[in-house]
Write a protein that binds this ligand. Sequence first.
Ligand code: FBP
Length: 696
Amino acid sequence: MKDKKLDNIEVLLKRPEVQEATNNINRELVERREYVPPKCKAFEHPYTLLKDSDRFKFNIDKEAKKHLSDIIHNKVQTIEGLYSPEESFRDRYCKRRNIGIVFSGGPAPGGHNVIAGLYDAAKKANPKTKIYGFLLGPDGIVENEAIEITGSLVDAYRNLGGFTMIKTGRTKIDTKKKMALSKETCKRLGLDALVIVGGDDSNTNAAFLAQEMIGDGVQVIGVPKTIDGDIQVRDAQGQVLCAMSFGFHTAARAFSNAISNLCTDSSSDVKYWHICKVMGRVASHLALEVALQTHANMTLIGEDLCNYIDEKRIEEAAKENDIDYTAYGMTLRHLSRVICDGIVRRAAVGKNYGVIIIPEGILEFINEIQIFIIKLNTIIAEYNDTHDTDFHTDFPALEDKLEYLRRLARVSREDRRFSVWNTRDDDLFNDIPEFFQEGLLMERDSHGNFQFSQVKTEKVLMGLVNDYLNILKENGSYKIGIEKSYYRKVFEKGGLDPDYFGPIIFKNYDDAEFLLVKSSIISVKTLKQALEKEQVISEAEEIPAPVEKIFQKSVPKFKTQIHFYGYDGRGNDPTRFDCNYTYNLGLTVFSLVANGSTGQMAAIKNLEKDFSEWEPIGIPIAPLMHLEERKGKLTLVLEKSLVEVNSTSFRIVKAFREKWLAAIPGDDNYRRPGPIRFTGKSEEDRPITLVLNALG
Ligand code: FBP
């Protein structure tokens, strides 16, 4: 017998209203797919031409010159539109090609539009050209796992976030074997060009592949992707070539919307401090943009901390004819004190709530932690090299790893030449909480990077903040300020004279809008003692109810909610800025390929200006390389761009610090950026950081 309930649900599911309400395809999706990004001027022409520019110079690293000799002298290439080229040019430009494209590293909103731009331009030049998408990142190249990208596939993902179409991965093509397999794949597919959409490490990989495959006639082009915003290119004179990698704007806007909602929530129920860690493996660009978008109460900027100098400690040491080297650079403990200072000052004006932004990579800028990271990187890399195995497989549990470190410390006692891990390091390391030890010892990624996203940075920092706040509470300096008018109302209602009690209970009764209970009154017991001392009550009497009520309101509870903004923003659908940027990057890629470039990164100059001024260009990757420590060795990589403390955007955020902390009576100064708006006119057209930096 057929189940009646089942019958009902089947009927229900067939109803058009239910089908429409539960369809994957909603109106926003349709609008996004239909949106056609505008093209830079050069791309309004049927053909484009490259011109080498001598306006831009680079300081070339000796090692880069040695290892990337065929592409090291590449120049910046500008792109111009062309209507009717010579036949030979047209034949070359429009020849039938096979082009492979791969996403490498973390997803960044806009990647699909790079494919769309490339696809549209390539098919327009020659409908027989084939675009292959390598699956799951560089592994797809090594293992020849590719699909042919069709028009319907491109259409399904236009203006949509993620890298869902062909997925991504973090493999690095860094061994002879992987390189040989990659070359073999390119040969089998008959590739004319390979496009690598990735961050600093992936563009580094692109340069090495370009060098390696130049003899095979395979062009390699990079595309600057990463939400971290740390691919920003300038020449040696500081002329901006690429102001920002794609995906940054969307991730920052998505984080900002969520964090701004927390500002609203926290200033409504006034009981939580929201601790928001935001992505950015090393650089704090995302945190800086979120600060500008939301005006949250406190935003830590990693790059700012390493410049910190504790003048007081220096002066004190100078009095003793000494130099205090520890006064340079911020320690974790000192940073926790800075945070506490903000919390205590806000509490004093009745605001025991707020929002703090912590960049994911902040530990990179704390000396003591950075030293641990470098030492452990070296130890792990040396172990892997000497034993030809993997440190993490050989020592799976934390205790095994700690025992190995202890052994190293013992060796250092017996052999002074061995200094990478000594007894002092071991003692300091054993002092930190277990979860943090685990974090610092965690496996590095395939490029040798420390995986900050996996470390509970906020837990470490807020643990110290909590401890110090407890000390401040006990010594009576962390109190919630009581609004004077409220105090008067409670006392008058309770039949007590507020002006009589005021100077007995508060330390600033005469002149303040927010009253602070005296530091010596830290409990009901000490409150009673104070009242007895002033002979307000006798030992046998109870504390009057209004007095106790006001006291209880002055006792702070430090309650936090911890949030991590990263993967969510990375998967967001792109802003219009990122849609337009990435589509034009795709068009730029094709222009570079069609004009025979290799070892270049597609970029758009003047991103900080109005769209009408955007200029597509090719930037040579090899001259951007420098030596950096990776897996314990100096390695050639593309230089990451960090927040510059002299930049206009940072200086402005710094100037607004006090205002946004709002540790004075009155409202907070939160800004509401709202959600990303794809249609309509109210969405901003570029990141605030870019707007401000363009002024400087
Ligand atoms: P990319 O540099 O590859 O773009 O990735 C950046 C990032 O989003 C960082 O912000 C974050 O630290 C990291 O990826 C997280 O990596 P994973 O996806 O491996 O957890």
